[in-house]
Design a protein around this ligand. Structure first.
Ligand SMILES: C[S@@+](CC[C@H](N)C(=O)[O-])C[C@H]1O[C@@H](n2cnc3c(N)ncnc32)[C@H](O)[C@@H]1O
Length: 252
């Protein structure tokens, strides 16, 4: 499959599961996904007043977690190429806004969504204090290009952070983890989302084939980020990978 064909297939796949994506995520992560997102936001060192980009934002859950850290004076921009995922994101933000009516700091104003491609970000250079991507890099055929784009749009001294599946590093965990994952994900997909197992098979395969967290940290370094590293969650089955644009950029 060419890069363009793969992108189209990924967009259609997420369009097909958009409505059930959040509930599936919560079930598959046993409700831990919220905690993982908070970890990613903490790692990005987002402060009140920051301007943050959430690339491949999907249904906007990481966007909301970033907004909680950036506060009322901050701004968060979510970008995705799936109109269906963005529609669910808009509904999620509206619902969160109603819940937060009495607490402006927890509110949802200053969140904006943009439809676009992660490989060619429609943002100016050094536009953001932090740039996030959640379960996005494994879906793009040319992830080096996306990481370079993320580096371009972050300010010198700002962090680029990816939250995604990792390779379990806890002894014994990987022996049971992958077989369980390969059975559970298509089964849950069929049961919960009423979809053919194909979409969920893709989620398993893309996770299985994704770079281990230490290799993704290397890729961040190759893309010009400094101070790179990986933080293992649940024994490495999920990982937060980070890097910083040198404060001395462009001299580096
Ligand atoms: C697994 S979902 C992750 C959603 C969200 N970040 C989260 O934390 O749950 C991956 C998202 O990446 C989007 N995506 C994949 N490739 C993309 C690309 N090249 N440009 C923009 N969005 C892309 C898909 O449409 C999908 O919404």
């Amino acid at each position: 499959m060419s890069g363009g064909e793969q992108s189209r297939a990924v967009r259609e796949m997420f369009g097909a599961i958009a409505e059930k994506y959040d509930v599936m995520n919560s079930i598959m992560s046993l409700g831990l996904d919220r905690h993982w997102r908070r970890q990613a936001v903490q790692t990005a060192r987002i402060r009140p007043g920051d301007r943050v980009a959430d690339i491949c934002c999907g249904t906007g859950q990481l966007t909301l977690a970033a907004r909680a850290a950036a506060g009322r004076s901050g701004e968060v921009v979510g970008l995705d190429f799936s109109a269906d995922m963005l529609r669910v994101a808009a509904a999620n933000i509206e619902a969160a806004g109603r819940r937060a009516q009495r607490d402006p700091e927890a509110g949802t104003d200053n969140i904006r969504f943009v439809r676009g491609d992660a490989r060619e970000l429609p943002f100016a250079t050094a536009d953001f204090d932090a740039v996030l991507v959640g379960w996005g890099l494994r879906n793009v055929p040319d992830r080096e290009r996306v990481v370079r784009e993320m580096r371009r749009i972050v300010k010198p001294g700002g962090r680029v952070v990816s939250l995604d599946m990792g390779q379990p590093r806890l002894p014994g965990l990987s022996a049971v983890y992958w077989p369980l994952f390969s059975l559970a994900v298509p089964f849950l997909g069929q049961w919960c989302a009423g979809k053919k197992a194909r979409e969920y098979r893709y989620l398993y395969e893309s996770a299985r084939e994704f770079l281990p967290q230490w290799e993704l940290a290397d890729l961040f370094r190759r893309c010009g980020l400094v101070g790179t590293g990986a933080l293992d969650l649940v024994g490495g089955a999920v990982a937060v990978v980070y890097g910083e644009k040198s404060p001395r950029y462009p001299g580096d």
